[in-house]
Design a protein around this ligand. Structure first.
Ligand SMILES: [Zn+2]
Length: 92
């Protein structure tokens, strides 16, 4: 049985919480399925970057289907807790 969620670190630029560092890195649980087509997402890997005087790390992944997951959409997905069951292909 495969794990149907994955834990990723994404950049949160929404400014949740006024005292939070900006940009904030948040670890969230999301579905392993692409929300656009329902196919499997790619494996997350570490991505280091430098922004606003800080060295930050987040996760990036390339979906085999070619759809790009924007971090804003991933955060919205995590807040909505849309974890589904099996990934499906051809879902509209
Ligand atoms: Zn897709």
């Amino acid at each position: 049985m495969t794990e149907q969620t994955m834990s990723v670190r994404v950049i949160d630029r929404s400014g949740w919480g006024t005292s939070a560092p900006y940009p904030a890195i948040r670890r969230v649980e999301i579905s392993r399925c692409c929300p656009t087509c329902g196919g499997q997402r790619g494996e997350p890997r570490n991505h280091n970057f430098y922004e606003d005087g800080q060295h930050l790390s987040c996760d990036v992944w390339d979906n085999p289907c070619g759809h790009v997951d924007m971090h804003e959409a991933v955060l919205a997905e995590a807040k909505a807790d849309q974890t589904k069951g099996e990934c499906q292909h051809g879902r509209h």
